[in-house]
Unconditional design. Structure first.
Lengths: 456, 158
């Protein structure tokens, strides 16, 4: 079975390295792209070729569509893998790839567009039978509509930007008198940040878990799910720890969510890998939130429990092959956990740090995987997100997996002038009684930060 | 093959400035960084959602973009500002824009770089004498790749 001859990876950091590795295993040549900030040849050693596409600012390099397309055409690539972030969820980019005879490794431009718009995604998914949180499916047009909807939904409510993402443009409203100012502010922020002031409103769950379902569909009407991940350990909607399968949920709930996600994906003719995000309350009611139409940062968790290389599957499906896996082939076993080691200082509200890594000694040992682009001497710069490495462990059960992660993080030695990492904070979460019992929810990290500050 | 496209202009500089000012006012936290570009109309803003502690972390040092002209020793390099294909002349049968020994003036077109079917004239940002041509007609170039080396003329030095 042939896939592609040469794939250009329109990304940087650990995900570019991770994609290049699968390319190499498949005998597919890889082309890396890099900005001036990433020009260290040690960053590019994973690629067969590399093209300097622009200055450090990502808008002029990794998000610069003409530069990426030109690099693909000049190197003779036949496909582009967008990774996550940057151009990965840009329907225009997917369309321009096609116009230039390049296969975009991801869903069709139209699917990216309708599923990326939270308002149309909610409508489509409701029609496909996914449960939504009580709230507005259409954008809220004015303050009167906001008042009526909030009263009908019941407080607390959350206001979200239709075009939003990454935790920006969201506001939690607990009482009716806060509603109008919050609504006006949310629209102003959405207009400024996303150039689109449409917002919608839904019930806010204080003690919810963030659970997601990984799906994989080919272009021939076949789709499967690859189990669940829990990503409730978040700081301002940025995930810190992910695990799979989602713990402390009944098999019935997991099966219901997973089957619904596959049905909904097939209903919209989805192709490629995708993630359906849900909020799950204490009674295991689950509500659809959004779809990510790309490979996710936390995909290795799923790889560890299902033995499936998701990037390999992406390449085969994008090349037009029929899925080689059936739902029966997916029998998740054991527990996998991923910790994101970011170059951020948890004691200073996770402010990104920058500097050269004088020591970078990642962990090893049984069932321990580290995905990273960093090395001793690597210069952690201020230009991009601060993810330095992902540590993923697998074990037959959660208790062993937690102990294994604790051991792995203790081995991880990162040091450099001015550089701090999230490792100490991750260790605190791993030791937290609520987290160990899998009784945690999205309020865990704010609670831990508050405890730390109160304690001195 | 001489087509020249000016970059599209979306609104005047004054409008851009006004939009930036409005943006800065609308945001909930203190500004960390603003960058405004007029060519393709880009505004990038970073702001704080919560005030920083008093012992505020110093703002990261942002390296500036590679300039199109890089002086090396006594030679001045004219570098490609984009990924693309170099053309040394305006048409296949036309004479090269410049050749070794030619004197170039500031603003003079020295090559064309084609990217996504747009033909972008690359102009000299310093005057000088062409000491070496480092690319061939039709060659692919990366961002920042040297195209020509200029030797400074008497008037060009500091």
């Amino acid at each position: 079975m042939t896939v592609f001859r040469k794939v250009l990876i329109a990304n940087r950091g650990e995900i570019a390295v991770r994609i290049a590795r699968t390319c190499r295993e498949l005998g597919v040549r890889s082309v890396g792209v890099y900005s001036t900030a990433d020009r260290d040849p040690r960053v590019q050693r994973h690629f067969d070729e590399a093209v300097h596409i622009g200055p450090p600012a990502s808008l002029r390099s990794y998000q610069n569509i003409p530069a990426v397309i030109e690099a693909a055409l000049l190197t003779g690539a036949d496909a582009i893998h967008p990774g996550y972030g940057f151009l990965s969820e840009d329907p225009d980019f997917a369309e321009i790839c096609a116009d230039n005879g390049l296969t975009f490794i991801g869903p069709k431009p139209r699917q990216i567009a309708v599923l990326g718009d939270k308002s149309s995604a909610r409508r489509l998914m409701r029609d496909a039978g996914l449960p939504l949180l009580p709230g507005s499916v259409e954008p809220i047009a004015n303050t009167a509509a906001a008042t009526t909807t909030a009263a009908a939904v019941g407080y607390p409510v959350i206001i979200k930007a239709v075009a939003g993402g990454g935790g920006k443009g969201m506001a939690v409203v607990r009482t009716p008198d806060e509603l109008i100012p919050a609504y006006t502010r949310a629209r102003d922020t959405a207009r400024s940040v996303f150039g689109d002031d449409r917002v919608y409103l839904e019930r806010y769950l204080d003690r919810a878990r963030h659970v997601e379902v990984q799906v994989l569909c080919d272009g021939h009407g076949n789709g499967i799910h690859l189990g669940t991940r829990d990503c409730s350990v978040q700081r301002r909607h940025q995930k810190l720890i992910e695990e799979g399968p989602a713990p402390a949920l009944s098999t019935t709930t997991i099966d219901t969510m997973s089957d619904a996600a596959v049905r909904a994906a097939l209903a919209v003719g989805y192709t490629g890998v995708g993630t359906f995000e849900f909020l799950v309350d204490e009674d295991e009611n689950h509500y659809f939130m959004e779809i990510n139409t790309r490979i996710q940062v936390e995909h290795p968790v799923t790889e560890a429990i299902t033995d499936v290389d998701l990037v390999r599957e992406q390449l085969f499906v994008a090349a037009g092959h029929t899925l080689g896996l059936t739902q029966q082939d997916i029998q998740p076993r054991g527990v996998a956990i991923e910790c994101r080691v970011n170059g951020e200082d948890p004691d200073r509200d996770f402010v990104p740090t920058a500097g050269t890594l004088d020591r970078f000694d990642p962990p090893g040992g049984p069932f321990t995987r580290v995905d990273t682009h960093a090395f001793t001497g690597y210069a952690l710069g201020p230009h991009y997100d601060s993810l330095l490495a992902k540590v993923i462990v697998w074990a037959p059960d959660r208790e062993q997996a937690l102990n294994r992660m604790h051991r792995a993080l203790a081995e991880f030695d990162v040091a450099g002038l001015g550089v701090a990492t999230t490792i100490p904070f991750l260790q605190r979460v791993l030791a937290d009684p609520e987290f160990r019992k899998a009784a945690h929810c999205t309020a865990l990290v704010p609670r831990m930060q508050a405890t730390k500050e109160a304690g001195g | 093959m001489t087509e020249q496209h000016d970059p599209p202009v979306h609104g005047s500089l004054a409008e851009l400035r006004e939009h930036t000012r409005r943006l800065a006012n609308d945001l909930a936290g203190a500004l960390r960084r603003v960058s405004v570009r007029s060519g393709d109309t880009t505004i990038e803003v970073e702001w704080q959602e919560h005030p920083e502690p008093a012992d505020g972390h110093p703002a990261p040092v942002v390296a500036s973009a590679a300039p199109a002209t890089v002086p090396t020793d006594d030679r001045i390099m004219v570098c490609s500002p984009m990924v693309g294909t170099v053309y040394r002349a305006s048409a296949p049968d036309a004479a090269a824009f410049v050749d070794v020994g030619d004197t170039v003036e500031i603003g003079q077109t020295v090559v064309i770089v084609e990217a996504m079917k747009l033909f972008n004239p690359i102009t000299a940002e310093s005057e000088g004498v062409v000491a070496e041509v480092l690319v061939e007609n039709g060659q692919s170039v990366e961002f920042g790749q040297p195209l020509l080396a200029l030797a400074a003329t008497d008037g060009a030095g500091e």
